[in-house]
Design a protein around this ligand. Structure first.
Ligand SMILES: *[C@@H]1O[C@H](CO)[C@@H](O)[C@H](O)[C@H]1NC(C)=O
Ligand SMILES: *[C@@H]1O[C@H](CO)[C@@H](O)[C@H](O)[C@H]1NC(C)=O
Ligand SMILES: *[C@@H]1O[C@H](CO)[C@@H](O)[C@H](O)[C@H]1NC(C)=O
Ligand SMILES: *[C@@H]1O[C@H](CO)[C@@H](O)[C@H](O)[C@H]1NC(C)=O
Length: 774
């Protein structure tokens, strides 16, 4: 997402207010990351070899003693650039100024707002989280302003806050204050943070967001005290593992089109989730409440509206909870919603039905595949991102300090052979591999063997380069997880970006072959894919000013049939603009990558907080797959497709389609509205449970014209599936939400026209289906 600030702003107005036992876990006398050699660089800016990535706030004068005002020292650690400029002015673009600002254990008193520019990771020690504490005399609306003020929320990428405590308990309860302002889009991370507020302080809020923005997930957070945990005004969100203790209202949905809340825990709240004003579609799953008056507070819903569509599944309350759902002043549901049933309100397509029934709120029988859930709780796995806090420094290898295999990470040197050798040795020795920030050039496939744990830093880049990836007829994998199909064992990665250094029509950025013993053994957290649009890649500038000359990649991710993997917080972005150009307003980049994610896995796949954008054929293609959980899929088609384009799907891939690719045979010749990238294809698959799909389309055609009506015809395409449970599908500017294919005939089943009446109808052509079963 990138465009349309003013239009969206009308709608989304300002808000009112390591899971695994590690190998050789030995005496961990300190957090490995604090003590490891810090030799990351900024590979693509002038003089970037001297760039300081790791900044310990104490080296910049912060005391962390709970009494000294550390505001200026912390901001100095964040804002220091190099001799050419500071980090708070967009001087280094979006990707040129990586910084990890590290807070050793302690209490850091601040008297005014800390600003967090693009590319910044604020982190503490997960074994003893530092506290950033607002002084009693604090001035300002937010303790931390979490995103860069020089970018709009829709361009708010590359921010991370983790392993910290934000605290307003010293600020008078009568003050209006938010601990964190977090109006960001994709490729951000907010995790393992405690928001500590005075109990009963009605005007203290943990997190505020202002629309418009396009985020994916926030996860593993705790809120104590205060009036609101989160006030959410945003397009879509996956909220995962959030605990609210004695917060008056846990989450207030100010204006949200499409959201999944998974693993919520409400204790001592008045209201868990307040969806009583403008709210779109919400799925609340695998959650619980105690000593809480109302779990979900919702508004009345008319039969002609989809506003306030709601699904509850596996929500456990005890006898102290007065209402599980309250609509207006009426208690509509009490007690738990057990696995095996879902409470659904909104437009519902029952199994085999081609027409929507408007459910005003009812319990219906549903199921979850046994492979996907914990047998005792019935819940899907929701695993915290690994910090490896229990692993000693001696168990880590810094990939840039192995004398026998020199690695540069400088965006120029071919690091393929050295990285392969280090990964092989590390897996054999049970060591973890740390990749300091940089751009690591890979000119051929690198195999990540089972027994590997790779940790990046402020989104370390692995970048495909060279002739081996250049043949569209011979797709070739850059990073292969597991040497062969069905390999068993652990492979984990966190904090990486996989990308292309050049226009490479044969590049498949990652293929996963491995499966573990349990969910998360093969797991990816905060790992993203990016095709172009940034310094260090040639997928920008003149050759990518039109898609014909910028056939940039084949696939970003391929999950093969015997693989099983857990994904959390993953954005696959084929560029729609240049993140680092300071040139013209749009900085158009028009890559024509074939596909986003090809999912053929059968053994259990979990995708939480996923966004896949701007690919020619599809964003996500689930083909002959089984046992798939999707918490949230956000997507957009390429902006250059649609009305007026001469390059109509499957072009430019017509001559090199794979068996799993859509051929668009159901579209008329020259029908540009039909021949546009699909958001979600599900064919010949079974046992799929999908909780949120947000498929957005705003502009189309060679000059990216705002669509007065629909931008394209079809969003999702389904064919011959069994046990498909789709909840919460919301589209903007798509004529058909779901097209069903039988043989060669494609029939629109769920149409926009049949599912209107959402929160931004009128401004855009939006539509919401609460449930669709096959
Ligand atoms: C861990 O190391 C520290 C410092 O070397 C030492 O004092 C401590 O006894 C060790 N603990 C264990 C459990 O080995
Ligand atoms: C229930 O929640 C209220 C409001 O936060 C709190 O004051 C009270 O102590 C809680 N009761 C129990 C038994 O936890
Ligand atoms: C749907 O149709 C199939 C094939 O006709 C049938 O076997 C199945 O029982 C139907 N399911 C429901 C829920 O009606
Ligand atoms: C396509 O573009 C033409 C020319 O701008 C316009 O007249 C027409 O209404 C557009 N059609 C659709 C379906 O948007």
């Amino acid at each position: 997402m990138r465009l349309l600030f003013s239009l969206l702003a009308l709608t989304f107005g300002a808000a009112n207010a390591g899971p695994l036992a590690a190998p050789q876990a030995v005496n961990a006398t300190g957090y490995w990351y604090e003590n490891i050699q810090h030799n990351g660089i900024s590979a693509a800016i002038p003089n970037g070899k001297n760039w300081v990535v790791f900044r310990n706030v104490k080296d910049y004068g912060a005391k962390g003693d709970g009494t000294t005002d550390d505001t200026a020292a912390i901001q100095r650690a964040i804002s220091t650039g190099d001799s050419t400029g500071t980090r708070d002015t967009a001087h280094f673009g979006s990707t040129g100024q990586p910084a990890v600002v590290y807070f050793p254990a302690g209490t850091y008193l601040v008297s005014s707002t800390i600003n967090n520019p693009v590319g910044t990771v604020l982190t503490g020690d997960p074994t003893n989280r530092a506290t950033i504490k607002a002084a009693a005399s604090f001035t300002g609306a937010n303790v931390v302003f979490g995103h860069d003020k020089t970018f709009t929320g829709l361009n708010g990428f590359f921010h991370s806050i983790r392993n910290l405590v934000l605290d307003s308990t010293a600020v008078p309860a009568s003050r209006t204050i938010a601990l964190l302002e977090w109006s960001v889009s994709q490729n951000n991370l907010l995790s393992n943070v405690l928001f500590n507020m005075p109990v009963g302080a009605a005007t203290h809020t943990g997190i505020t967001t202002q629309g418009p923005n396009s985020p994916l997930i926030i996860n593993d957070l705790e809120f104590r005290g205060g009036g609101f945990g989160i006030q959410l005004a945003t397009t879509q969100y996956h909220l995962k593992n959030l605990v609210f203790k004695n917060v008056q209202t846990g989450v207030r949905l100010v204006s949200v089109l499409q959201a999944t809340a998974q693993g919520m825990r409400f204790e001592g709240c008045s209201v868990g989730i307040d969806a009583s004003t403008a709210s779109g579609m919400l799925s609340l799953i695998d959650s619980s409440a105690t000593n809480t008056s109302v779990v979900v507070s919702a508004a009345e819903m008319t039969a002609s509206s989809v506003k306030g569509s709601l699904v509850l599944e596996n929500v456990n309350v005890d006898s102290t909870v007065a209402a599980t759902i309250k609509i207006g002043t009426t208690t509509t549901l009490t007690g738990s919603v057990k696995p095996g049933t879902a409470w659904i309100r909104g437009n519902t397509y029952a199994a085999n039905s081609t027409t929507a029934a408007h459910a005003s709120g009812q319990l219906v029988p549903v199921s979850r595949p046994a492979t996907l859930v914990d047998p005792t709780t019935g819940s899907y796995p929701a695993l915290p991102p690994p910090t490896y806090a229990d692993v000693a420094l001696s168990s880590f290898i810094n990939v840039k300090t192995v004398a026998a295999h020199p690695v540069a990470g400088d965006g120029v040197t071919d690091d393929t052979a050295a990285i392969q050798a280090i990964l092989n040795d590390a897996a054999a020795a049970g060591k973890l591999v740390f990749f300091p920030h940089g751009i690591y050039i890979l000119t051929d496939t690198v195999v990540v063997p089972t027994g590997s744990r790779l940790v990046g830093e402020a989104w370390t880049q692995l970048s495909a380069s060279g002739a081996k990836f250049a043949d569209a007829k011979k797709p070739r994998v850059m990073l292969q997880i597991g040497a062969k199909r069905g390999d068993k064992g652990v492979v984990q990665m966190s904090d990486f970006i996989l990308t292309v250094a050049d226009v490479l029509p044969g590049a498949v950025l990652m293929q996963v072959n491995a499966a573990g013993e349990k969910p998360g053994d093969v797991g990816f957290w905060n790992c993203h894919f990016r095709v172009g649009g940034a310094i260090g890649s040639k997928v920008r500038g003149e050759q990518c000013a039109k898609p014909e000359t910028c056939v940039a990649a084949r696939l970003t991710l391929h999950l093969t049939d015997k693989s099983s993997s857990y994904w959390e917080n993953v954005w696959s972005w084929t560029a729609d603009h240049d993140l680092d150009s300071t040139g013209t307003a749009e900085n158009g980049v028009y890559p024509a990558a074939a596909g986003g994610f090809l999912i053929e896995s059968k053994k259990g796949t979990w995708l939480l907080g996923m966004g896949v954008e701007h690919n020619v054929l599809y964003q996500v293609n689930i083909h002959k797959a089984e046992n798939i959980f999707i918490g949230l899929q956000q997507g957009e088609a390429p902006y250059w497709q649609g009305n007026g384009t001469t390059l109509q799907a499957p072009a430019p891939w017509t001559q090199t389609l794979l068996n799993s690719d859509p051929d668009f045979a159901w579209c008329g010749a020259d029908d540009a509205m039909c021949r546009a990238g699909l958001y979600q294809i599900i064919t010949k698959s079974k046992n799929l449970n999908i909780y949120s799909s947000g498929f957005w389309n705003f502009v189309a055609g060679p000059s990216r014209t705002f669509c007065a009506d629909d931008c394209q015809d079809n969003a999702a395409l389904y064919e011959s599936n069994e046990k498909l449970f789709v909840y919460g599908l919301t589209t903007i500017n798509n004529k058909n939400m779901i097209l069903e294919l039988k043989g060669k005939t494609a029939t629109p089943v769920a149409t926009r026209a049949a599912n209107t009446g959402g929160i931004i109808d009128g401004l855009f052509r939006s539509a919401t289906v609460a449930a669709f079963f096959r």
